[in-house]
Design a protein around this ligand. Structure first.
Ligand SMILES: Cc1cc2nc3c(=O)[nH]c(=O)nc-3n(C[C@H](O)[C@H](O)[C@H](O)COP(=O)(O)OP(=O)(O)OC[C@H]3O[C@@H](n4cnc5c(N)ncnc54)[C@H](O)[C@@H]3O)c2cc1C
Length: 472
């Protein structure tokens, strides 16, 4: 068993990583690979952060394994290992169904081009121009153009095209039409490269393989261990105060990498006073992204359901709007359908419905109202799912809902954010090591550094920074 309790940790390490999300895991692994002694501290009993799973009545539910871009293949091969890369497989059947259009796609550039041309009547020249414009966008570009302006430029007045292009991205990272067009361009181009992918074997297998790699590289992993404070003296990191089994202890390290949310890291773990005034002001301006609701549906052992697609973007709303997607009673949801092929050897079907959600809508309900709203969410979800899988309600033996409060409870993320922060969070995250020596942040920020691929890639970038610092 490689997950240990905090009392087994040594007194000092070269670096301490707080949190085992995909960003934290990757940073810990890269730094250990570079020869540093690393302690990874996670408050939950399992690793993965939002890349998580849970078991109920023989079912295994994946929380955030709905789809990631092709870029994961190269990233996993380069920064993890070949076995992890080999488990990445494409989701071939993505379905859109809403009052404006119904279609199936592989989410590949050629398929999208055909759909835009033949179903939506857009000229090929405009489509190619759009793809090459967003394909050439990069982080250092002008950030003043919004996604709405970008869409209006290429597809004026075409709310159906805007919906096709935007709805999956809003689900994927919470971005809206008012966010900078470059965040849309970078994320959409990633997905459009070669389609949408998943991890065969499920999240539990991926995180298990990552854990093995960490152990092989000598990372000390402590779970059920919470960091209460990052100790900083005279602008320099000294270590952390961490708690496990009800006991708090100091562990020394010249370098701390926090995978906790950026606002938690600054305001609660390090404490505002550790930062200069201008930095605090920049931090106060950081907006967090939305949170999520999910309904987990377990199909009885022995029951079969038809293949209706892997990922279904469904909506009964007449038009797309990010506000509608966020509404507590939204008419829009995605269904991820996990067939037995998802987890070879585990002969079960599960379905996870995901909705974007606002923390504040859920956080202040009375206990009775909270329970009532969760029950209603499950009822609405099942009624919507019946359209695609008639009779499914009678086939399931597990129904459970998660809300923004659930995501907050398990990760401590500010307002249960599912996708970190808006664009401005990236700059604050990148600057933290310039104002406190030895302190780094890794994790979902700025839209482009969120999601499975974004979090792992950011983990590599931050590991390089921390490695350079430790060697200097
Ligand atoms: C419902 C949902 C669906 C999603 N679907 C997808 C998808 O289909 N595709 C995709 O690419 N992305 C998806 N995402 C987003 C993706 O899961 C995240 O962007 C990514 O996993 C975040 O990684 P991270 O490194 O930021 O860390 P996180 O996963 O946020 O983990 C942070 C970790 O730090 C720990 N921690 C925090 N504070 C402390 C402390 N003080 N002491 C100890 N430990 C601490 C937490 O417990 C947690 O384990 C989804 C997210 C949600 C919520």
């Amino acid at each position: 068993m490689s997950l240990k309790s905090l009392d087994t940790a040594s007194e000092s390490y070269d670096a301490i990583v707080i949190g085992s999300g995909l960003g934290g895991l990757t940073t810990a692994n890269r730094l250990a690979n570079a020869g540093h002694s690393i302690l990874l501290v996670e408050h939950h009993h399992q690793l993965g952060g939002l890349a998580t799973w849970f078991k109920r009545k023989g079912h295994i539910f994946d929380v955030s394994l709905h789809g990631f871009p092709y870029g994961m293949v190269k990233t996993c091969r380069k920064y993890w290992n070949r076995a992890i890369m080999d488990s990445i497989v494409q989701l071939k059947n993505i379905v859109f169904d809403n009052p404006q259009f119904s279609l199936q796609t592989t989410f590949e550039r050629q398929d999208f081009t055909d759909i835009l041309q033949n179903k939506f009547g857009i000229k090929n020249e405009v489509i190619q121009n759009f793809f090459s414009t967003i394909g050439s966008m990069n982080f250092y570009d002008d950030q003043s153009m919004t996604t709405r302006e970008l869409f209006e430029k290429f597809f004026p007045g075409r709310s159906d095209v805007h919906r096709l292009l935007m709805e999956p991205i809003t689900y994927a990272n919470g971005s809206t039409m008012e966010d900078p067009a470059i965040t849309y361009g970078i994320v959409f181009s990633n997905f459009m490269n070669k389609g949408v992918f998943t991890f065969k074997g499920g999240t539990d297998q991926l995180i298990g393989m990552m854990e093995e790699e960490l152990v092989k590289n000598g990372v000390k992993i402590c779970t059920r261990a919470k960091v209460n404070r990052i100790v900083i003296e005279k602008g320099q990191v000294r270590g952390v105060m961490a708690e496990g089994n009800g006991e708090e202890r100091f562990i020394q390290a010249p370098c701390v990498i926090s995978n906790s949310g950026i606002l938690n890291t600054i305001n609660n773990l390090a404490g505002k006073d550790a930062f200069p005034k201008e930095f605090q002001e920049a931090t106060n301006k950081v907006r967090v992204n939305n949170s999520s609701c999910q309904v987990y549906i377990g199909i009885k052992d022995g029951e079969i359901i038809d293949d209706v697609g892997d990922l279904l973007f469904t909506s009964k709303a007449e038009h797309f709007s990010s506000e509608e997607l966020l509404d507590m009673h939204t008419k829009s949801k995605t269904f991820s359908v996990y067939y037995p092929k998802t987890r070879p050897g585990h002969n079960r079907y599960t379905i996870v419905a995901s909705m974007n959600a606002r923390y504040d809508d859920w956080a202040h309900l009375t206990d009775d109202n909270y329970q009532q709203e969760k029950d209603n969410l499950i009822k609405r979800t099942m009624s919507d799912l019946e359209k695609y899988l008639p009779g499914v309600t009678d086939k399931c033996d597990w129904l459970e809902a998660a809300t923004p409060k659930t995501f907050h409870r398990y990760t401590f993320h500010t307002k249960g954010t599912s996708f970190g922060t808006k664009f401005e969070g990236l700059d604050v995250s990148r600057s933290i090591s310039k104002v406190v020596k030895g302190l780094f942040h890794v994790g979902s920020v700025g839209i482009i550094m969120s999601g499975w691929l974004g979090a792992i890639n950011y983990g590599v970038i931050v590991a390089n920074d921390a490695d350079a610092y430790l060697r200097s």
